[in-house]
Design a protein around this ligand. Structure first.
Ligand code: TEU
Length: 555
């Protein structure tokens, strides 16, 4: 498959990635926590879906203050997840099924239980002191700056022994690393090569846009040295290997994404940007007070990113992950038209230009979980924010409404394998309650139904593998201001695909622009196949389809 420059497309441009949150995916030993042997037992399921890569959220030793995004030993598997031998078995068994494993590289910070930090805080002359970011108290004895943590409260905590504050942009148990220190960087690169030598297929890089922080200048994300650091990391580790690297960058813009992923930049394969997510959050209260869904605004963002990276760089494509609400609840209709809208969302995303990421359970239409009491939640961010909400005099019920819409636990309830207790995730008591709708929304029921959401995802994954126009076709959008209909085309040579989607639960009639009135073969549809696009077309609730135009035929 050749790209527009005539060079071959990269292997990670025509594959689909599946994200596993190990804690909630499959528990093999009945302790209520998912583990590596549980994942191994489900590799045939992922192979059947057609997945080419699995991204594992962190599996390393950790106090689990932030469910593994607080690492205390980068080269030991967390005992609750298994052993290094289990990991090597997973890599081998996945590879035998054509699946690569990418690891979650969390190197903006460690856990406060990491030996580096324990040593660093033991003495101001520790050799590891400068692996972290320490500052003296402000003149009034308070925090060095007013920087706030993502999880609420100050980003500074006073270490009594050393009478200095240390920086933590997340929980106080996640001290930020000092990437200005070459000795720290060398330790990270050594660790990365150790995992690459074990046969992994790449890395997802946690908040990689924060490693260039310059806190004395008030800079946390996208610092002036950031790209120099990523290019050094590339040179010292994965740059010499044909692997997939995706950086999580909440601060990314279309122009900075070209710096991260441009073909001659020697940085990353792609980034996760979140404009389509954060543009739905309230300016003041963020995700805890979501705005009403606005398709025109969403289309504007999707189009901006497809257009910006049309000729260089590469998009990641995702609706959800372990930090985000369930896609069908956020962008579709998880009540009246769950199946139709989940298939619609998958069609819209998977036929765009970029690498699609499927979050565990998305492929069977798992939904947000209607927790009613704060005791049911587990996420440190949610629990911290709830406490601050109450301290600010706001009602718990008001906060819980926001957490029901956008809290991270929505994505972290156990994977629903069957109608058995706890969704068949564990024979024990799960670390977090399973969604009660596992009785009807589960893998077993999906696999038995050829019209299921799962079957729809499998078709889309196969389309990407078999169709150069899906991988490399030029994207063009239409009807930008239409409030409920999304339309785009992909063109490569004489081939053109037209994708049409109705984001509304209402029957919708749309006048199509003349340049896309055509006929061809139905590539995929969530209702009856569509072969012809005339002047006016009526769309059923959440109807979506793709037509592959017959060469040279228009109506
Ligand atoms: O997330 C980065 C991050 O900032 C998110 O937590 C997001 O901003 C927040 O959920 C929005 O409210 C990464 C990981 O994906 C996340 O799970 C970790 O908690 C975080 O970094 C710290 O490692």
């Amino acid at each position: 498959m050749l790209d527009r420059t005539g060079s071959h497309a990269k292997w990670w441009q025509n594959t689909t990635v599946y994200q596993i949150y190990p804690r909630s995916f499959a528990d093999s030993d009945g302790d209520g926590i998912g583990d590596l042997r549980g994942i191994i037992s489900r590799l045939d399921y992922l192979e059947a879906l057609g997945i080419g890569v699995v991204w594992l959220s962190p599996i390393f030793r950790s106090p689990m203050d932030d469910n593994g995004y607080d690492i205390s030993d980068y080269q030991v598997i967390a005992p609750e997840f298994g052993t290094l031998e289990d990991f090597d078995t997973l890599v081998r068994e996945a590879k035998a099924r054509g699946i690569g494993i990418i690891l979650d590289l969390v190197v903006n910070h460690t856990s406060d239980a990491h030996p580096w930090f324990l040593d660093a805080r033991s003495s101001r002359t520790s050799r590891y002191r400068d692996f972290y970011v320490w500052r003296p108290p402000a003149p009034d004895g308070g925090c060095p700056t007013q920087l706030q943590s993502v999880f609420g409260g100050s980003a500074w905590t006073l270490d009594e022994a050393g009478e200095e504050y240390y920086l933590h942009q997340f929980s106080k148990r996640q001290p930020d690393l000092n990437w200005e220190n070459p000795a720290l960087r060398a330790e990270i690169y050594r660790m990365m090569n150790w995992w690459l030598d074990r046969g992994i297929a790449g890395f997802r890089m946690d908040v990689i846009d924060l490693i260039g922080k310059q806190v004395d200048r008030g800079i946390t994300a996208d610092g002036p040295q950031l790209h120099r650091l990523i290019q050094e990391m590339n040179r010292e580790t994965f740059g010499r290997r044909d692997v997939l690297t995706v950086g999580e960058a909440w601060s990314a813009t279309p122009s900075s994404a070209l710096l991260y992923s441009g073909r001659d930049r020697n940085e990353l394969s792609m980034v996760f940007q979140f404009e389509h997510v954060s543009q739905q959050w309230d300016e003041m209260r963020g995700k805890w007070k979501p705005k009403p869904f606005d398709l025109v605004a969403l289309k504007r963002v999707l189009n901006r990113w497809q257009t910006a990276l049309a000729d260089d760089g590469w998009n990641s494509l995702f609706w959800g992950n372990h930090d985000l609400p369930r896609a069908v609840s956020q962008y579709g209709d998880d009540k009246g038209f769950r199946v139709e809208s989940a298939k619609m969302l998958a069609t819209v995303l998977h036929l765009m230009k970029g690498t699609p990421f499927v979050y565990q359970g998305e492929e069977i239409g798992m939904t947000n979980v209607p927790f009613t009491s704060i005791e049911q939640f587990r996420d440190i961010e949610t629990l911290n924010m709830h406490r601050l909400h109450l301290e600010a005099g706001l009602a718990s019920a008001d906060f819980i409404r926001g957490a029901n819409a956008n809290g991270r636990d929505n994505a972290r309830t156990p994977m629903q394998w069957s109608a058995a207790p706890h969704g068949g995730f564990t024979t024990g008591t799960p670390w977090i309650e399973a969604n009660a709708n596992h009785a009807t929304i589960n893998v077993e029921a999906s696999l038995a139904d050829e019209t299921s959401i799962w079957s729809h995802y499998r078709k889309l994954v196969a389309l990407r593998k078999s169709s150069p126009v899906v991988v490399l076709g030029r994207y063009r959008s239409y009807l930008a201001e239409h409030k409920s209909c999304l339309v785009y085309s992909r063109t490569l040579g004489a081939q053109r695909i037209i994708v049409v989607a109705n984001f509304s639960p209402m029957l919708t009639t749309v006048d199509l622009p003349e340049e896309i009135r055509t006929e061809g073969e139905s590539l995929i549809s969530n209702y009856d196949p569509v072969l012809r696009l005339g002047k006016a077309i009526s769309l059923k609730p959440f109807e979506a389809f793709a037509v592959l135009e017959n060469k040279g035929r228009t109506v």
